[in-house]
Each structure stands twice: as C-alpha cells, then as structure tokens.
Design a protein around this ligand. Structure first.
Ligand code: RUB
Length: 313
C-alpha cells in the first residue's frame, strides 16, 4: 500500500492539485497499483480506492475517476487486472481529449481584442484561453492571486510563458478591474444536478461582480466534473483546510480569534452563462441531462448508485 499512501499524501498536500489532474493521477495510481497486486485483487483494489477517495472531498472528478476505473470486470484476477488497466487508460484519454475539445469550443466565445479574467489555476479554463491565443486572437488575461495557496501565480506563469499578456491582481481587486473585462472563464471542481458550480473559493464573488457588470461568465468543465451523487440529493462537501494556510503567528492562538479556510464555494446557476464541456457548450440547466444521458446515471437500484461502465463514451 506504500504506493497508494504516497499518492494519497500528494493529493492531500496539494502537490497534485486541480480537479482534472487529481482525477487523472488517481486513475494512473490505481493502474500502477493493480499491476503490483499479487493476491486478493478485489479487496486490495477496494482498499486502495477508498484511501484515494478520502483525500479531498469536493472535486467529484476524483469520485468519477475511481468509479470508472473500479467498474472493471472479469472472472480471474488476471482478467480483472487487464480490465482495470484498460479502464484506467480510457479515463486518462478522456481527461486529455476533453481538455482539448473544451479549448476549441470555448475559444469561439473569446473575441479578438478581449480581456479575459480567470481565477485559480484550471487546466480546462487555460485550454480555452490558449486555444483563443493559438487562433491568433489578440487577448489579455487578468489572473487573480487566489489566496491562500496562490494558484494564480501558476496561471500567470503558465500563460505568460505561453506568450500571453497577463495582469496579476489580488482577489479583492476583482470588482475594480471588472470594468475592463469582456469575459470571465473559470474551471470547475463539481457541477451539481441543478447546474450550480463548485470551484475555488472566491469564484462566486467573481460571478456576482460579473453579473452586476453584465460580463459573461463561462465555466470550462469536462463531463466527469458533473456530480451523479447530487442527483440523489447529496450535498457537495466543501473542504475546509488548515487555518495555517491563511495566517501564522500570534493571532492563530488568540483565544478570541477563529480563522476559517474553506477551499471552495458555490456559484448558483443564475450567475453562469455557459458551461463549456467536451460534448458542447451548454446552459447550466442541462446538468441533469449530462448526468442522466451522458454519464448514464439513469436507473438507481435503491440508495446505492452504481456506474454502468458502458454508459461512458
Ligand atoms: C483548483 C480549482 C480549479 C478546478 C478546476 O483547486 O479550484 O479551478 O479544480 O481545475 P485546488 P481543472 O488548487 O484547491 O485543487 O480545470 O484543472 O480541473
């Protein structure tokens, strides 16, 4: 289990972060682990997947990745291993191709001469921005710092290295700069059945400011970011991380001070103009259709939902 424990810690410490990367990494880890399991295949894989599942609670991409890979079939351990490896490879390909398709679709909504605001560090959102740039559009990006972990620095470096002009701002300057923005593009950790977005803390404030300023707000989200669990009424758990990410020193131990550090927030669907997925640009109201028809969560036997692998395409 060392391999699994190492991988789990990489996700928990955010050495591997971002909903798509976490999902891809979990699929890769399960694949490598499956190769090393000698006996009790089902039991070993179940324990491994449970450990990975419990690393970060909010991004449903992790749940969908593990569910997809663990829906393996076969009689013997050898057949099961082969099936699992194949499914892990399929999922990894899904991650890679979806990001590219989203980039191509989303780029059409970014006009030449635009200023684009983005938040945190989303591979899907950056794919949209890079595709627009690759098409020769003259664009400029405003990237938020994304405290407390400063993922905005990663975004700034990645886009600047790509040749795009980037302005880095503190999170509280979003409204100040919104008047210069033509479109906002962010990623997603989870899309719920009613079309709400769960993404990096601060996203909902940006959506609010965008709506007030009549600036279109787009979400770049692969279909594996849509949450089947919310169809059964489950609420998305918002991860609350260590207060020491926010502040250190004396204030932390002051008896009258509490420091809260939620990592994500919820943006209601009314603030979202469009969700760019690999199967098309859709309104948030279509989330139910994606979960039911594309991910295949159609029939539920009791409370337990089991993924029918053939429904993924
Ligand atoms: C990352 C974050 C990203 C989404 C989407 O949070 O909120 O916007 O995960 O990213 P954290 P991607 O840094 O806490 O993991 O499009 O790459 O899946």
């Amino acid at each position: 289990m060392n391999m699994i424990e190492d991988a789990a810690r990489k996700i928990e410490s955010m050495e591997v972060r971002g909903a798509a990367r976490i999902a891809r990494f979990a699929a890769e880890t399960l694949k490598e682990y499956a190769k090393s399991v000698k006996t009790n295949f089902d039991e070993e894989m179940r324990r491994a997947s449970e450990r990975l599942m419990n690393t970060r609670p909010t991004a449903v991409s992790l749940f969908n990745a593990i569910n997809y890979v663990m829906s393996y079939s076969g009689e013997s351990d050898e057949e099961k291993r082969e099936s699992l490896i194949k499914r892990a490879e399929e999922f990894i390909e899904w991650v890679d191709t979806a990001r590219e398709k989203i980039g191509g679709i989303g780029a059409k909504r970014i006009m030449d001469g635009s200023t684009v605001m983005t938040h945190c560090n989303s591979s899907a959102a950056l794919s949209v921005i890079k595709h627009a740039f690759d098409e020769g559009k003259d664009i400029r990006v405003i990237a938020t710092e994304s405290r407390p972990r400063h993922q905005g620095h990663l975004t700034t470096k990645e886009l600047a290295d790509y040749g795009i002009d980037v302005t880095l701002i503190v999170d509280s300057a979003v409204r100040y700069f919104m008047k210069e923005v033509d479109v906002v593009v962010v990623g997603a950790d989870t899309i719920t059945v009613n079309g709400a977005l769960i993404n990096k803390i601060g996203t909902s404030q940006i959506a609010l400011a965008a709506k007030e300023a009549r600036v279109p707000f787009m979400v770049a989200a692969e279909t594996y970011k849509f949450s089947p669990k919310t169809l059964l009424g489950e609420l998305v758990v918002i991860e609350e991380r260590d207060a020491r990410e926010v502040i250190d020193g004396e204030l932390l131990s002051h008896p009258k001070v509490t420091v809260r550090n939620p990592a994500f927030d919820v943006t209601p669907r009314d603030y979202i103009d469009l969700i760019i997925t690999e199967i098309g640009a859709i309104p948030p109201e279509m989330a139910y259709i994606v979960i039911r028809d594309h991910l295949g969560y159609r029939e539920f036997g009791g409370e337990e939902i089991t993924l029918s692998p053939e429904h993924y395409d």
